[in-house]
Design a protein around this ligand. Sequence first.
Ligand code: IPE
Ligand code: IPE
Ligand code: MG
Length: 262
Amino acid sequence: MFNTVKRLVESLRLIFPKASGGFFLRHIDINKVPVHVAIIMDGNGRWAKMRGLPRIVGHRAGTKIVRQTVETASELSIKYLTLYAFSVENWQRPKDEVSALMDLFVEMLDREIRELHENNVRFIATGRLGELSQRLQKTIGRATSLTEKNTGLVLNIAINYSGRAEIVDAVRQIVKKVDKKELEPDKIDEKTLADNLYMSDAVYPELLIRTGGERRISNFLLWQIVYSEFWITPVLWPDFKKSDFFEAIYDFQRRERRFGGL
Ligand code: IPE
Ligand code: IPE
Ligand code: MG
């Protein structure tokens, strides 16, 4: 029964895509949009496979959606948008997919950064950036410093990122401070750890979106998501429309967040 209704809604959406996006947009309370949205952009490979195309074509198609999603986030006055672009575990993929992905990151950043800057977007990247190619590190460095003073949307690209690695890196920072006697071990608390995460100045994501239908976290923001609301869609990342983003926000605004209380 539930599936039949779901299929009916899906087919209506195919016939009236704009109308359904409009419905969600009309019913979004603009004063209650999440401050920070994080997205696991999954499903590029399957999108390409379904079309009999190489996986990289799916990744390329995904970059268009990154652009569109950044625009939508800005329009909605979301303050932080974190996009999971490459996990520490993604190095296990075939060499040619990895290198094509790295080339795509450089190409995309070089192409988009001017416009991001004109739109007051502040670009940052988080992850073990020192392990990326010199070329990519330079591109990231240029984009970060160019947009450093911007006051609009903060676009955080998680690249060579892992939630566990982030916690390990925070612990390393803390131990260094203890070594230098800047910090007493007994004084270490949750705030100390939080202050040493990659993006310590950002609020934690209230909404976590995953496309591609997998119901797992895949080593994304482990510390930060303790009370995030999850919104998982079977829609593959290259098919993720503006209206899907609106629907996620709409759904988020109808959740009851209790944080362990009543
Ligand atoms: C997500 O899409 C992008 C990256 C992990 C870089 P995938 O490449 O994981 O696509 P699927 O999950 O195989 O469809
Ligand atoms: C998560 O997707 C990582 C990114 C989207 C960058 P994966 O495709 O790597 O995750 P798994 O392997 O399905 O858990
Ligand atoms: Mg995947």
